[in-house]
Ligand binder design. Structure first.
Ligand code: PLP
Length: 380
């Protein structure tokens, strides 16, 4: 199988991820922070080290600012639902994934006011449009760092500057950019950052988290055992326990640690350069096929390394089916859990074919993909 669906989940993982998870499960897979024995301590220690690593990756001021969750969706739910109250106003964009749009819609039913800023036909959003939507009761701007459909980068830095020193907080969904872009939460003026472990950080599914700037308080999504202050029936107020109830996904966090170590050792910029080279080649080849329509920014500086396109008026799902069954190539098709992007692009019916390489893909694999697309294009 030629796997080109890394924007959904990266695969394969670096060898050390498999090894670290196997080692944990076999040799010290105890419950962290719940007992004083050696195995529990070792499990607890690796969670601590991983928290430190994530803090370093995003340049958080302290490890207390890192909360582990099951994925980016849970982190976004925690931030959005935990921060806003009825009567307050939130701004998001049509480039958002359903992991933002659905909790936002849920809050709208509970009396939170919502503005969704539309992207233009090129799938771009200007910071000015967000500025113009700010009201007296605006408390939160929630935006993806990059669209998971077209790859377009959003003006995070400009929005961070816009809301700096104001009542408005900035929550960024870094699902498509963590591990692919240098993200410095302090420099970018980000108050909260949701990330997922199974994409660009090369961890396993079931991992992710939220950077939560010190001083920002959220209502936790759940309450329960934390291994701390067990005599108290109330949820402990200290971080991260306030937001992390129940036995954590320690084996996942172990894998995430190995994934982040891989990313840091390779270098975020080097990984991006490799992916960009493949994407540039792919774009150039696709442009030569008359039936192809490309979406997103042509300039790779304005987008994450993925290619979004369609073949004539063919349904994207059918092209994906042929690629899978006849050519053994995996891509993502359809709406990518982000319906409003497709509304802006006019692709709600057709969907889009998304090709997303990782550092494990080769130019030869991209060439095979192009051969397959040429063959399919010749048949339609
Ligand atoms: C932009 C974006 N946000 C959020 C998510 C949700 O991530 P997870 O499935 O890890 O919750 C995704 C996953 O595809 C995504 O691409």
């Amino acid at each position: 199988m030629i796997y080109l669906d890394n924007a959904a989940t990266t695969w394969p993982k670096p060898e050390q991820v498999y090894q670290a998870m196997d080692n944990f499960m076999r040799n010290y897979g105890a419950n962290p922070g719940r007992a004083g024995h050696q195995m529990a301590n070792q499990a607890g220690k690796i969670i601590f080290t991983t928290r430190k690593l994530v803090a370093r990756l995003f340049n958080a001021a302290s490890i207390q600012e890192i909360i582990f969750t099951a994925n980016a969706t849970e982190a976004l739910n925690l931030a959005i639902k935990g921060y806003l109250k009825p009567g307050e106003h939130l701004i998001t964009t049509s480039l958002a994934h359903n992991s933002i749009l659905r909790p936002v819609k849920e809050l709208e039913k509970r009396g939170v006011e919502v503005s969704i800023i539309e992207a233009d036909r090129q799938g771009q959003i200007q910071a000015e449009k967000i500025k113009n939507a700010i009201r007296k009761n605006t408390k939160l701007v929630v935006m993806a760092h990059a669209s998971n459909v077209t790859g377009t980068l959003l003006p995070i830095k400009e929005v961070g500057q816009l809301v700096a020193d104001s009542e408005v907080k900035l929550l960024v969904d870094a699902a498509q950019t963590a591990g692919v872009y240098q993200i410095d939460v302090q420099k970018l003026g980000i108050d909260m950052l949701a990330f997922t472990g199974h994409k660009g950080l090369f961890g396993p599914q079931g991992t992710g988290g939220l950077y939560l700037k010190e001083g920002i308080e959220l209502e936790p999504l759940i309450q329960g055992g934390t291994g701390s202050y067990s005599e108290d029936l109330n949820q402990p107020k200290l971080r991260p326990d306030l937001y992390e109830s129940g036995t954590p996904n320690t084996v996942g966090i172990v894998g995430l640690k190995a994934g982040i170590e891989f990313v840091l050792a390779e270098g975020v910029d080097k990984i991006k350069e490799h992916d960009n080279d493949l994407v540039m080649y792919l774009q150039d080849q696709l442009k030569q096929i008359p039936e192809v329509t490309l979406y997103g920014a042509a300039d790779l500086k304005q987008q994450v390394p993925l290619v979004a396109f369609n073949l004539g008026f063919e349904n994207s799902g059918e092209i994906g089916y042929v690629l899978d069954k006849a050519f053994n190539i995996a891509v993502r098709t359809g709406l990518h859990c982000a319906p409003l992007v497709h509304k802006s692009l006019g692709t709600l019916e057709q969907g889009i074919i998304r090709v997303s390489p990782s550092c494990f893909n080769t130019k030869e694999e991209i060439e095979e993909f192009i051969t397959a697309i040429n063959e399919i294009a010749g048949e339609i």
